[in-house]
Design a protein around this ligand. Structure first.
Ligand code: IFM
Length: 481
């Protein structure tokens, strides 16, 4: 889920402080492909895939796992397009050796997975659950044995329900609980697990889960923006400190859903709307981490939330920035909506993928240029990029997925071009290895390189799996699929 989904489906009721937030407008950029001079990726470039615990593991009560906000939100299939739940998913809690074999079998050298907080600290606070830690220990060892480098995300939206009961991300105490949990994971696994990603797409969790109510915990209201944004940033800073205190040699990064926010049409006031979303979606996470500040337009949201000294904690050295990119979004000014921001039409002729997202690799080039020019050019890993089959509750996965190959190929052209422009990009991870449970879309959206016939069913590599395998072997990006 990205901001383009917000604009399409639900932006109108989003209150973000209105036009005041819109003064930092991002500039429109022409859409389209970006051609690199060379199509050869360097040796050592990390080709990988990404998943998340809640979308893959299933086994929601196994080995002492505590309930999470997603268990509550999706109970009985509520709020989910196909009324499914994540009870089984790809059954990766049991089938992880097969997952790893598929990854290694494609010649991929990196696997980004997430750790379920409530498997480690079932009640959100208190002693560690050894059985939960053992599961991730086995998963890490399986990867190392197969020559795959593990990248663990500590939080991919599955907050322990016990913490939500105390206010979740609205409660400042959650930040300390996250640091405690990070310390436990670092202590147990940090001898072998060297790559950590703090939070996944904090903006999505904030806006879709706490403002629009489409994701767990299903809260609504613009008043949540300030506390949820800042507490996630603060938690991240504390967790980075805790991890580094345990093991000095860890490589730690943050993964953001970076997304160009473009004004619709030529009217100048639409820049106010696009700038408003840019501030709270992109800059409200990049700035505290990399600059130790917030964009000015966030000030009103942060009143009473931001405390003295916090920005010294949010600003931490990171070893890489994780960029998740899917599409840009278009916005316009709408005085009839509470936020004054409304979804806008993209320029004529813009391509859409089957999920309804724009296909626009220039947006990826643009986000990578921000990091180069405005944020000190940190090392980067593309921690997610990919596309879905057409949304369908009944259609089987498309095995001959040339549209996915085409999407990945065109975005890799933008990655390679950004490297030529000076971006230090170390890797590219496709979302995702196997079709999994896509949050509020359930199983009706399929992003995998491999299909699975229903929860727990037979797995079959798609055409894109073989294509990525050939690319990972040669490093040479083909000119067509
Ligand atoms: O499935 C999600 C993932 O959890 C976060 N980033 C976007 C993916 C596809 O929508």
């Amino acid at each position: 889920m990205t901001a383009s989904d917000i604009t399409r489906r639900a932006l109108a009721p989003l209150a973000v402080g209105g036009m005041a937030a819109g003064l930092e407008a991002c500039q429109p950029k022409p859409g389209g492909d970006v051609q690199p001079r060379s199509r050869q990726f360097p040796p050592g470039f990390k080709w990988g895939v990404a998943t998340a615990a809640y979308q893959t593991e299933g086994s929601l009560t196994a080995d002492g796992r505590g309930p999470t906000i997603w268990d509550t939100f999706s109970a009985g299939g509520a709020h989910i397009a196909d009324h499914s739940t994540a009870a089984v998913c790809t059954d990766s809690y049991h089938r992880y050796p097969e997952d790893v074999a598929l990854i290694a079998g494609a010649g991929l050298k990196a696997y980004r997975f997430s750790i379920a907080w409530s498997r480690i600290v079932p009640d959100g606070a208190g002693p560690a659950n050894e059985k939960g830690l053992d599961f991730y220990s086995r998963l890490v060892d399986e990867q190392l044995k197969a020559g795959v480098e593990p990248y663990a995300t500590l939080f991919h939206w599955d907050l322990p329900q016990a913490l939500q009961d105390k206010g979740g991300w609205l409660n400042r105490d959650t930040t300390a609980r996250f640091a405690d949990y990070a310390a436990i994971v670092g202590e147990k696994l940090g001898d072998r697990l060297k790559n950590f990603i703090t939070l996944n797409e904090a903006a999505v969790h904030c806006v879709i889960g706490h403002v629009l109510g489409i994701h767990a915990p299903g809260l609504k209201g613009a008043a949540n923006i300030g506390p949820v944004t800042h507490h996630q940033n603060l938690a991240q800073g504390l967790a980075i400190q805790a991890l580094r205190a345990g093991h000095a040699d860890l490589k730690i990064g943050a993964t953001l859903a970076l997304q160009p926010c473009r004004p619709t049409g030529g009217l100048p006031w639409n820049k106010l709307a696009s700038g408003g979303l840019d501030a709270l979606w992109n800059k409200a996470y990049l700035d505290p981490l990399l600059k130790g500040s917030y964009p000015k337009s966030m000030e009103a949201n942060l009143k009473g939330v931001l405390k003295d000294g916090d920005l010294k904690i949010t600003k931490q050295p990171v070893d890489f920035m994780g960029v998740n990119y899917y599409a840009p979004t278009y916005l316009g000014l709408d005085l009839t909506s509470e936020s004054h921001i409304a979804p806008g039409k993209p320029p004529k002729g813009v391509e859409l993928d089957a999920f309804g997202r724009h296909i626009d690799p220039s947006g990826l080039a643009e986000t990578l240029a921000w990091l180069r020019t405005d944020y000190g050019n940190p090392r980067v890993i593309i921690t997610e990029n990919g596309c879905s089959d057409p949304i369908s509750q009944t259609a089987p996965a498309i095995q001959n997925d040339s549209f996915r190959i085409n999407y990945i190929r065109r975005h890799l052209e933008a990655v390679r071009a950004a490297m030529e422009a000076g971006s230090p990009i170390d890797g590219y991870f496709v979302w995702s290895i196997i079709d999994n449970w896509e949050w509020d879309s359930g199983f009706s959206s399929k992003f995998g390189l491999v299909s699975q016939a229903g929860p727990g069913g037979v797995r079959a590599p798609k055409a894109s799996y073989a294509w990525l395998k050939a690319l990972a072997q040669s490093g040479l990006l083909p000119t067509h699929e």
